[in-house]
Design a protein around this ligand. Structure first.
Ligand code: BDP
Length: 716
């Protein structure tokens, strides 16, 4: 079990032979064409029921004798059975209808993709051991359910790396070109289709203009070809300066006629090759990327340029709200500088300026995928223009797949958060479903940096995050534990102990990580300038990328109030602004996000901030130690390959959580000089420093930041 099949293993269910009578004997596909989703659905049903139950199905064009699974679009079905139309429910785009009755299965999609989703759903239900009759109508909560890969076409001129990818090289690119062998890309599309994802942007948001050469456009068409059987559409990230970088024009001004024509040519050429292309993703004027503001044009001018070239082809553009100037934000120069303010400021006044095929893609929080952020207030400012929420399945700031962090509970908290627009219920999920403000194009974008590693993400357990992302984008009402249960059964089988252990580890993992990496809303205290991985609280301040802690010897936290701080709290609707403005009503877990307080500030729990820091870091890392012993209970209950792989990582996580604990605690102890009430911090009297031992074949090195190793040294 190398992980390649993920949750689509179709492993034999317990007592399979007892259920054979409740299963179809043949598959009928309606108007199926090879290379399109209805045909794929037929194939999956044959493979799935064969694998799960050992029953070999035949594929028939018309109704054979015996029980059948019929799969197709509603219209194909109604063409053949006009009288059935009345009994069928209303489906929205990509939705499906399932009717299971005594071994006969009817799977109808609003479109071909919906039919495939229905087939995957049916297979998932029976894989979980449920072969009883049921009827289900399932419609997606939002139309945009995209994945963004951050794959580079080339890296130092040699191969395709993945920015913030922890699972190997790109499955799409190699050596500046699209790979010849796209088998993995097809397998990826299959996984994504099974969780309702309908488009993938294959190249990095920090886009290389060379993606648009004729040769690479041909390559993109080959990617679209391997996606198409699964109903996954291709999207492309653009470099705003491509007219200049690639096209040889002397400008990339979005209002310049030659630029507009150049981009129209690009859209026409792409759609000639890929008639069903989903559209574009654009990162502009952010972190050094070019954009319309270079020419004093608005972000709307920039987005609309692409929207208009896509309109004749039916494409859409996801335009990112992650816009800020990392050079002008230097808190040492300006106490009020706050990157969190950037998105709302830049998009101010633009809501009614966007074309209707523009969607604004907004990261869940105002900064950047931190372990705890408030919901971005920009969601409340766009009422005419639709928004997608950008989630990060890749655990960039959350342990990079070397730490288990099950993210569904965090996403649920964000999606359920009520932003109280106009003092009315306004949960994030109701905004990104389009229900709250009535926009048509809204939804979800997930950064998923899979790679060539057979585990896809670099860790078997991290795949529950990808699964949960798709499930929540389809239906945000599902529970974190319910999704996890499904995923565990499909990935590891039915053993109760396996379920108990994976549930316990997963559900404790985000709180534990928050506890040992950065609590009370101070954000993930990672190294901010390099890899965003290990602890380096000192690196957070005094640089323009800034997740700033504003820590000094007596105080900590970022004052984002209107009355005294950066004013960020005032970007929320009044009820929420009032809650965050006041220290008494700000929840403890966001205290340091919104307020600058003494280390001795009392929390609602009665503890001081600094004592909470110390305790939380001990608590979180203690929880991580238990993951190892919990997992060890599963020896012999799951296959050796995955057991060992996960165990190795959990042991590593347990150790690294101690490094986190001691670094962060030591750092704030040094700063504040306030001792830990329990005498633990800075007191390692039973610890033996490796560098003090006799070393054969090892050398001792000084460590930076010093607090990341006891005694300032590590041994390598
Ligand atoms: C940051 C990542 C960087 C991305 C950027 C983005 O570190 O690699 O390019 O976000 O989302 O978190 O554009």
């Amino acid at each position: 079990e190398d992980g390649l099949a993920a949750w689509l293993r179709y492993a034999r269910v317990p007592s399979a032979s007892r259920h054979l009578g409740k299963l179809p004997s043949a598959v009928v596909t309606l108007n199926a064409t090879k290379g399109y989703p209805v045909h794929t659905a037929g194939q999956e049903l044959v493979d799935g029921i064969g694998g799960l139950f050992g029953k070999k199905l035949t594929v028939a064009k018309s109704k054979p004798k015996g029980t059948t699974a019929t799969v197709g679009t509603v219209s194909a079905y109604v063409d053949k059975n006009p009288s059935a139309a009345k009994g069928l429910p209303d489906l929205v785009e990509d939705g499906f209808y399932l009717k299971i009755s005594k071994g006969n299965v009817l799977i109808l999609g609003q479109n071909e993709r919906g039919a495939l989703y229905g087939a995957f759903h049916y297979l998932s239900v029976i894989a979980q051991g449920n072969v009883s009759d049921f009827t289900l109508t399932s419609n997606p909560d939002a139309p945009v359910r995209w994945v963004n890969q951050w794959d580079n076409m080339q890296d130092g001129g040699t191969h395709g790396s993945v920015e913030r990818g922890y699972g190997g090289d790109s499955i799409f690119f190699w050596d500046g070109h699209i790979r010849e062998d796209l088998t993995r890309a097809g397998q990826y599309a299959r996984l994504l289709a099974s969780i309702g994802i309908n488009a993938v942007v294959a190249n990095n948001v920090n886009a290389n203009a060379s993606i648009l050469t004729p040769e690479n456009m041909d390559g993109l068409a080959r990617i679209a070809d391997v996606f198409r059987p699964y109903g996954v559409q291709l999207g492309v990230s653009l470099n705003f300066a491509a007219p200049q970088l690639l096209g040889g024009l002397d400008t990339f001004d979005p209002l310049d006629k030659t630029v507009v024509n150049w981009w129209q040519g690009i859209a026409d050429n792409l759609y000639k090759r890929i008639p069903d292309m989903a559209g574009y993703l654009v990162k502009a004027n952010s972190e050094g990327q070019p954009g319309p503001m270079t020419y004093n044009r608005t972000l709307a001018d920039g987005a609309n340029l692409f929207a208009r070239t896509l309109r004749p082809h039916g494409g859409i553009i996801l335009f990112r709200a992650f816009v800020y100037d990392h050079r002008s934000l230097n808190q040492t120069l300006d106490w009020k500088a706050d990157r969190a303010n950037a998105a709302v400021n830049y998009f101010d006044g633009l809501d009614d300026k966007f074309e209707d095929n523009v969607v604004i893609q907004i990261k869940y929080g105002p900064i950047d995928f931190q372990v705890r952020e408030p919901v971005s207030p920009l969601f409340t400012h766009l009422r005419r223009t639709g928004a997608t929420v950008e989630l990060q399945i890749t655990q960039e700031y959350l342990g990079q797949q070397a730490h288990v962090v099950y993210l569904a509970p965090m996403w649920k908290e964000l999606l359920d958060f009520d932003l109280r627009v106009d003092s009315k219920p306004s949960t994030l999920k109701s905004i990104v479903s389009g229900k709250r403000f009535g926009q048509k194009l809204t939804g979800y974008a997930g950064v998923v940096n899979v790679g060539t590693n057979t585990t896809w993400l670099g860790s078997h357990l991290a795949m529950s995050n990808l699964y949960a992302y798709g499930k929540l984008a389809w239906d945000p009402e599902q529970t974190s534990t319910g999704i996890l249960k499904e995923w565990t059964t499909l990935t590891f089988g039915h053993d109760k102990l396996v379920h108990d252990v994976i549930t316990k580890i997963s559900m404790e993992s985000w709180p534990a990580y928050e506890d040992y990496s950065g609590n009370l809303g101070i954000q993930t205290l990672t190294d901010i300038l390099l890899g965003h991985y290990g602890p380096n609280p000192g690196s957070q301040d005094g640089n323009p990328w800034g997740q700033w802690t504003r820590a000094d010897d007596d105080t900590i936290g970022m004052d984002r109030t209107v009355w005294n701080g950066t004013g960020f709290a005032g970007q929320y609707p009044p009820e929420i602004a009032a809650m965050y403005e006041n220290i008494e009503t700000t929840p403890d877990n966001l205290l340091l996000w919104f307020h600058h307080v003494p280390y001795t500030q009392k929390l609602k729990s009665g503890k001081t901030v600094i004592q909470h820091f110390y305790d939380a870091h001990y608590k979180g890392s203690a929880t991580a130690q238990t993951f190892v012993t919990l997992w060890e209970k599963l020896k012999g209950r799951i296959d050796k390959e995955r057991y060992e792989h996960v165990l190795f990582r959990l042991i590593y996580q347990a150790g690294h959580s101690l490094v986190w604990r001691d670094s962060v605690n030591q750092f704030y102890f040094n700063k504040s000089g306030i001792p830990d009430e329990l005498g633990r911090v800075g007191n390692h009297k039973y610890r033996i420093e490796a560098e003090e031992m006799e070393l054969k074949g090892y050398k001792s090195y000084r460590v930076s930041p010093f607090e990341a190793a006891s005694g300032y040294h590590c041994v390598v």
